[in-house]
Design a protein around this ligand. Sequence first.
Ligand SMILES: C[S@@+](CC[C@H](N)C(=O)[O-])C[C@H]1O[C@@H](n2cnc3c(N)ncnc32)[C@H](O)[C@@H]1O
Length: 383
Amino acid sequence: MSRLPHRIPRSELDALLQDVPKEVFSEEFTKSCEVVDAFVGDCLRFLVHQLALEGFGGTPEDLVRSRGYSHHGLALVRWLFDCLHLYGFAANRDLKAPVVVRVPGVDLEASFACAVAESPRAEAALAVQKLATRVLPEVLAGQITGEEVLFSLSQLDLWFSYFSNENIHYAPSNSLAALALCRAVGAKARILELGGGGGSAAEAACKALADAHKPPSLYVFTEVHPAFLRRGSRLVRKLLPEGCQLETRPYDIELTPEEQGLSGVSFDAIFAVNVVHLASDPVVALKRLRTLLAPAGVLVLGELIRPSFDAPVHIELPFLLLKSYQQAKNQDGIRARPGFLCAVGWQNALQAAGFCEVNFLPSTLDQCLALYPGFYCAAIVAR
Ligand SMILES: C[S@@+](CC[C@H](N)C(=O)[O-])C[C@H]1O[C@@H](n2cnc3c(N)ncnc32)[C@H](O)[C@@H]1O
């Protein structure tokens, strides 16, 4: 895998993205990726100093043991070492015992301010990285949990700003999935959305369906967290066209549809953006979802795609801090490290769950990733 950060070869990427309208991966988005990638590099340098890692040689297990970090810290340190290698701050990863090189210190607040000035609409993406970086030493030391820091009431607005179409670094996940949904359904579709959060994916879907003159007849907006459900429901209510029935309800992908009063209902499409990878066992969750689809129904997922089974995702720290994200089951051929799945993992999980046809948008995802290792964004369409 090539190193980060590097300039994104825009014209070569454009040539590969023939099945996606230009506005989805705009130049502003590409610029925001370069800014976020460079900022993550500064976060890593900051951590090298905060955690006194310069010159450390050894495995993540060695570090966890020698510093007395919690067992929960191992996945975090693995991520850290892999990213230090990805950014060229550690050598010999293949020997599983990298040596952290000397790197100049960094003023994280000044770096953050510069990054925001360069890409103002990526502020939420940058702020989430900064927050996760600042708390990592305390989480490793067992002084605080990721959940306490990231999900405190005072951070709720940051998450709404992060999972938003105003966040230029996140918005393509929604627009791409919305585009795939829109291409996959006809007018008057009955749509079930999972993990709808504050409603940013629903917002993109409603806009795409309206632009394509395919108003749905039923939109069931679901979410597991009550605060998100309330917020998302309010937004979706304003966006759906007249004549479309809206239902809002809690729904947990870890439970069966029967347990949640949804059995016996058929949908033309199930839509979820960055949700299904959260299932502890994606095959079980996907099998359950399949029972909710009408015979010609389609599952449309927007997902951050891991470059390969073993690759780190350089913007993954905020999620890895959460025990719930780390606890997701690793399964042969599906998931080798917690959290996001790679494209082959999704293909295998969907097939194991009984889906016969699986397509990715963009269809050239592998080539995009070879050009730019931070090209994580894809929609998955399964029947
Ligand atoms: C990454 S966010 C995606 C936000 C949302 N799709 C949007 O468009 O803004 C993941 C969402 O999945 C929800 N979630 C987490 N665990 C879940 C579960 N077991 N079942 C359903 N949703 C879940 C979270 O509450 C959160 O809103």
